[in-house]
Design a protein around this ligand. Structure first.
Ligand code: 13P
Length: 256
C-alpha cells in the first residue's frame, strides 16, 4: 500500500502577485528533480495570485501542484466577493483547502458548509484538503478525539465512497497553528491514526488509501520526525511555506 505524501504550502493572506511569483521561482530553484520523486508539492496562493502562479508553473514546467485556500460551494451565482470551484478548475487548480480552522473561526464555517464545499470541489475535478482539529481547551478537557471525529464525519458527509479514498484530510490542532508549538510526533500520529479509523468506519477500503496531513508549526527541524510516522502522509505548512529555503527543507526531508 503506497500513499504519496503531499506537502502543501498554505500562503494564507500573504504576498501580492509579484511577490508570489518570486517565491515560487525561488522554491523551484531550491528543489531538485529527485525531491519530487516520492512526494507531491502543492502551493496555495491567495486568489489574486493563482493566475500568475499558474502561468509561471506552466511556462517553466515546474512540478508543483496548484492549490487554492477556499472556494464557494456553488458553481456560480449571486455570491458577491466569492470565488467558485468552476473558476478554480479553469485555472488548472489541483487541490482546494476547505474548512481551515481560520475560516471555521473567522467566517463561521460549519461542518455542513465544509461538506458541501468538499463535494463541489470533487464535482469540479479537483481534490479537497479538508481541515480538522481541536482547540487547546478541548484537548485539555480530553475531548480532542470526539471533536475531531465529529468534524471528520460532518465534513465528509457528502462524499461518495470513491471520494473518501481520494480526499486529503489535514489534521491541524488549532493550538499548534502559528504558535511554534507543534504537536509531538506521537500525539500527531495518534490523532491521524484515529482519523484513519473513523474514515474506515464510514467506508472500509478508504482507510488505507485516504491521505492525512499534519499541520501546525511544521518546519525544517520537525518535519522529518512527523513525516516518519505511519499515518502521517504529508504536511500542511503555513508560516514556513513563505520562505523558499525553509519550505524546501520540509519537502526534501521526505527522503530521510
Ligand atoms: P503554521 O505552519 O504557520 O503553524 O500554519 C499552519 C496552517 O494553518 C496551515 O494551514
Amino acid at each position: 500500500m503506497s500513499r504519496i505524501p503531499l506537502i502543501s504550502g498554505n500562503w494564507k493572506m500573504n504576498l501580492n502577485h509579484f511577490e508570489a511569483i518570486q517565491l515560487v521561482q525561488k522554491l523551484s530553484y531550491e528543489l531538485r528533480n529527485h525531491d519530487y520523486e516520492s512526494v507531491e508539492v502543492s502551493v496555495h496562493p491567495p486568489f489574486t495570485n493563482i493566475r500568475s502562479i499558474q502561468t509561471v508553473i506552466d511556462a517553466d514546467r515546474m512540478k508543483f501542484q496548484l492549490g487554492a485556500q477556499n472556494c464557494h460551494a456553488e458553481a456560480s451565482g449571486a455570491f458577491t466577493g466569492d470565488v467558485s470551484p468552476a473558476m478554480l478548475q479553469k485555472l488548472d487548480v489541483d487541490y482546494v483547502i476547505v474548512g481551515h480552522s481560520e475560516r471555521r473561526a473567522f467566517s463561521g464555517e460549519t461542518n455542513e458548509l465544509v461538506a458541501a464545499k468538499a463535494s463541489s470541489v470533487f464535482a469540479h475535478s479537483m481534490i479537497p484538503i479538508v481541515c480538522v482539529g481541536e482547540m487547546l481547551e478541548q484537548r485539555e478537557n480530553g475531548e480532542a478525539e470526539e471533536i475531531v471525529e465529529a468534524q471528520v464525519r460532518g465534513s465528509l458527509a457528502d462524499l461518495s465512497k470513491d471520494q473518501l479514498s481520494e480526499v486529503v484530510i489535514a489534521y491541524e490542532p488549532v493550538w499548534a497553528i502559528g504558535t511554534g508549538q507543534t504537536a509531538s510526533a506521537d500525539d500527531a500520529q495518534a490523532m491521524c491514526c484515529y482519523i484513519r479509523t473513523v474514515v474506515g468506519s464510514i467506508h472500509g477500503p478508504a482507510q488505507t488509501k485516504v491521505r492525512i496531513q499534519y499541520g501546525g508549526s511544521v518546519n525544517g527541524s520537525n518535519a522529518a520526525e512527523l513525516m516518519a510516522m505511519e499515518d502521517i502522509d504529508g504536511a500542511l505548512v503555513g508560516g514556513a511555506s513563505l520562505e523558499a529555503a525553509a519550505f524546501a527543507r520540509i519537502v526534501s526531508f521526505q527522503e530521510v
